[in-house]
Design a protein around this ligand. Structure first.
Ligand SMILES: [Zn+2]
Length: 87
């Protein structure tokens, strides 16, 4: 639980918001914060790309939503990968 000053959005928070972002259900303020983070964070850009293509594949397979289990596993993997010194 380290709240970093001056950092509007953490990677973990961004991941939580991504689904809403892609569904365009975020508030404008949240979108601005999210895109600001994305512009500076290669890891989150990579995550977004993975998320998008996975979602596209799922759509092609006939299901609209990415399976929750897959989403959770992706998030857990990325959060672990991003943790600076481990928990
Ligand atoms: Zn990030």
């Amino acid at each position: 639980m380290n709240a970093r000053e001056g950092e509007a959005l953490t990677c973990r928070e961004l991941i939580d918001l991504l689904a809403d972002y892609l569904d365009s259900t975020l508030s404008q303020a949240a979108v601005v914060e999210l895109e600001d983070h994305l512009a500076k964070c290669a890891e989150c850009q990579a995550y977004l790309n993975t998320y998008r293509s996975t979602k596209a594949l799922a759509a092609q397979a006939g299901s609209v939503e990415m399976p929750a289990e897959m989403r959770r596993r992706l998030s857990e993997f990325l959060v672990r990968h991003l943790s600076p010194g481990g928990a």
